[in-house]
Design a protein around this ligand. Structure first.
Ligand code: ADP
Length: 383
C-alpha cells in the first residue's frame, strides 16, 4: 500500500501529547491522519488532518471512527475494546491488536500473563474487591507490607499505594485489585521494543527512571541507564521476550525493577509510545514515534541506537498553581547547549499535570545529568 502523499488514512484514538509527537512524523512522511479525542483542546488538533470530538470509551463512537480509516492505532489504553475487536474482526488493521490490549488493560490479567509465560515479575495475589483483600489480611493469607494496585483505570501512580498496616486501606476504592510483594529495588528501568507485523523487532537502549518522591511521576529519564552491561543485556533480552509473547505490533514499553540482587522483574508494560522514550526525539537515530509509525505500517524499522546521551525532565504543573499556564524562565534554559523544551499545548496548568518535557543531550552523560538538574531547578510551570 502507498502511504505517502496518498489517500491512505491513519486513525489515532486519543489526541494527547503522545499523539501530537507522533504527528510530527506523519507530517514528515506526509501521511494523512484522523484523530478522535473527547477534548476540544486536544494537543493533536493542530497537526492532524481531521479532528473528531468524541468519547473514546463509547462503542458507537470508536466503531464509526474506525470505519473511516485504513489502519487504526491508539495513544491511550483507555479505549472501547469491544469496538476495536469488532473492527479487527471486520478486517481493519488495528495495531496494537485488541487481543494484546485485553491482556494489558487489566493489571491482574497482565500479571497472570507474566506468570503463565515464566516472565520474571513480583509475586502477587488477585482480589475481586477490597473487602476480600481485607479478609485475606485478617486470615494472614496476605502479609503487610505490600503494594496495592487497582487493576483498571490507574494512571501515573494514582492507582497504587504501599500498604504497611490495614488502616492504610481505609480510603481506597472497593474495586478489583492486586496485592503485590514490595520489591527492594535499586533502579527502575525501561526498555522500549518495536515490532512490525512481519516480525522485525528491535529494542531501544535501557533507560533509568528517577521518580518524584510524592507525586510518583517520573522526574528524570536517563539514557543509557548507568548500569552494568550484563544487567542491561538481560533487561533487553527480557523485554524482547515479553514483546514476542504478546505478539505485539507497534511499540511496547516494558517497565522493570532492578532488584538489590540485580534480578530483573517486569513491573508493567504500555503498548504505545512512552514517556521513557521521549529522549529519543533528540538523542536517537530514529525516535520512538517514527518507529511506532514504521512498525504499524509494516515498514522497515529505523536504527534504535543513540547518537548521544539523552536525559528527559518532565515539566509538570508546580504545586499551588492552577489556571492559564506560564513557563517561567523558559528563555533561560533555551540559551543552554543541548536543551530542547517540548510544550504539549495544554492551556491550563494544575499541580503535577504533565505539561511538557525538556530533553538534554550531551556527549558526556554526567554533564547531561548536571544540566538536567539545573533545568529542573530553573524552569517552572506556573499560572
Ligand atoms: P502506574 O501504572 O500507575 O504507573 P506502577 O505499577 O508503575 O503504576 O507503580 C507506580 C510506582 O510504584 C512504580 O514506578 C514504583 O516506584 C512503585 N511500585 C510499584 N510496584 C512496586 C512493588 N511491587 N514494589 C515496590 N515499589 C513498587
Amino acid at each position: 500500500m502507498n502511504y505517502f502523499s496518498s489517500d491512505f488514512k491513519l486513525g489515532i484514538l486519543g489526541g494527547g501529547q503522545l499523539g501530537k509527537m507522533l504527528l510530527f512524523d506523519t507530517r514528515k512522511f506526509d501521511i494523512q491522519t484522523y484523530v478522535l479525542d473527547p477534548s476540544d483542546e486536544a494537543p493533536c488538533k493542530i497537526a492532524c488532518n481531521q479532528f473528531f470530538k468524541g468519547d473514546l470509551m463509547d462503542f458507537e463512537t470508536v466503531y464509526n471512527f474506525g470505519k473511516l480509516v485504513d489502519v487504526l492505532t491508539f495513544e491511550i489504553e483507555l479505549v472501547n475494546l469491544d469496538a476495536l475487536v469488532k473492527l479487527e474482526d471486520e478486517g481493519l488493521k488495528v495495531y496494537p491488536s485488541p487481543k494484546t490490549l485485553k491482556l494489558i488493560q487489566n493489571k491482574g490479567i497482565q500479571k497472570d500473563f507474566y506468570r503463565h509465560h515464566a516472565i520474571p515479575t513480583a509475586n502477587y495475589q488477585r482480589f475481586s474487591d477490597l473487602k476480600s483483600l481485607v479478609v485475606s489480611i485478617l486470615d494472614s493469607k496476605t502479609k503487610v507490607p505490600f503494594v496495592w494496585k487497582c487493576t483498571e483505570f490507574g494512571y501515573d501512580g494514582n492507582g497504587v499505594k504501599v500498604i504497611r498496616q490495614i488502616s492504610d486501606l481505609d480510603n481506597l476504592a472497593n474495586v478489583e485489585c492486586i496485592a503485590e510483594e514490595m520489591v527492594p529495588f535499586k533502579n527502575e528501568l525501561a526498555v522500549i521494543v518495536c515490532r512490525n507485523p512481519s516480525g522485525e523487532i528491535k529494542t531501544y537502549p535501557v533507560v533509568e527512571m528517577e521518580f518524584h518522591p510524592e507525586a510518583n511521576q517520573v522526574e528524570y529519564v536517563i539514557c543509557p541507564a548507568r548500569i552494568e552491561d550484563t544487567v542491561a543485556k538481560r533487561a533487553r533480552a527480557i523485554a524482547l521476550h515479553v514483546s514476542e509473547k504478546f505478539n505485539h505490533v507497534g511499540l511496547l514499553a516494558v517497565e522493570m525493577f532492578q532488584t538489590d540482587d540485580d534480578e530483573i522483574l517486569v513491573n508493567e508494560v504500555a503498548p504505545r509510545p512512552h514517556n521513557s522514550g521521549h529522549y529519543s526525539i533528540e538523542a536517537s537515530y530514529t525516535s520512538q514515534f517514527e518507529n511506532h509509525l514504521r512498525a504499524i505500517l509494516d515498514l522497515p524499522l529505523g536504527n534504535t541506537d543513540s547518537k548521544v546521551a539523552g536525559i528527559m525532565v518532565n515539566l509538570v504543573g508546580a504545586e499551588g498553581f492552577t489556571g492559564n499556564v506560564v513557563y517561567e524562565n523558559i528563555e533561560k534554559i533555551l540559551s543552554w547547549n543541548g536543551v530542547t523544551p517540548h510544550i504539549y499545548g495544554k492551556k491550563q496548568t494544575r499541580p503535577f499535570r504533565k505539561m511538557g518535557h525538556v530533553t538534554i543531550v550531551n556527549e558526556d552523560i554526567n554533564e547531561a545529568r548536571r544540566i538536567a538538574e539545573e533545568v529542573k531547578n530553573t524552569i517552572r510551570v506556573i499560572s
